[in-house]
Design a protein around this ligand. Structure first.
Ligand SMILES: [Zn+2]
Length: 126
């Protein structure tokens, strides 16, 4: 059996659902959920509620620790390229892959390999 993870929600144990109630008759407690995987917060939380509880308690500290934005970020022509494709239903016609610039709307054709390469980009800025 794979290792079980604990939900990181700070108040997970306070939600009185049947699945959280553990222990023997005289010793029952509501406990933090323990599962092999969670769907929320990159696998750290059992629910959106628990993710929000964590952020309420620690979000400001986390943002200050990793760097709070003090000025707006800018999406410029140099970093506005995204990859997309036009789907072709016809089997003898391949999908049309291209990069499109979100500012200028300029389009540049891509090979399928360039489209699938997560390192390939026309963006030159951050
Ligand atoms: Zn939880």
């Amino acid at each position: 059996m794979s290792e079980l993870k604990l939900c990181q929600g700070t108040d997970c144990h306070t939600y009185t659902t049947k699945d959280r109630l553990k222990g023997t008759k005289e010793n029952k407690t509501y406990q933090t959920r323990r599962r092999s995987s969670f769907y929320y917060g990159r696998g750290n939380f059992c629910s959106l509620n628990c993710q929000n509880d964590w952020f309420s308690d620690f979000g400001d500290k986390a943002i200050d620790h990793f760097g709070r934005l003090t000025e707006p970020k800018h999406l410029t022509e140099q970093n506005a390229w995204t990859k997309t494709y036009d789907w072709r239903a016809n089997a003898d016609e391949s999908h049309r892959y291209y990069s499109i610039n979100g500012i200028t709307q300029e389009q540049t054709p891509l090979t399928e390999a360039q489209f699938r390469d997560t390192n390939y980009t026309l963006n030159t800025g951050e």
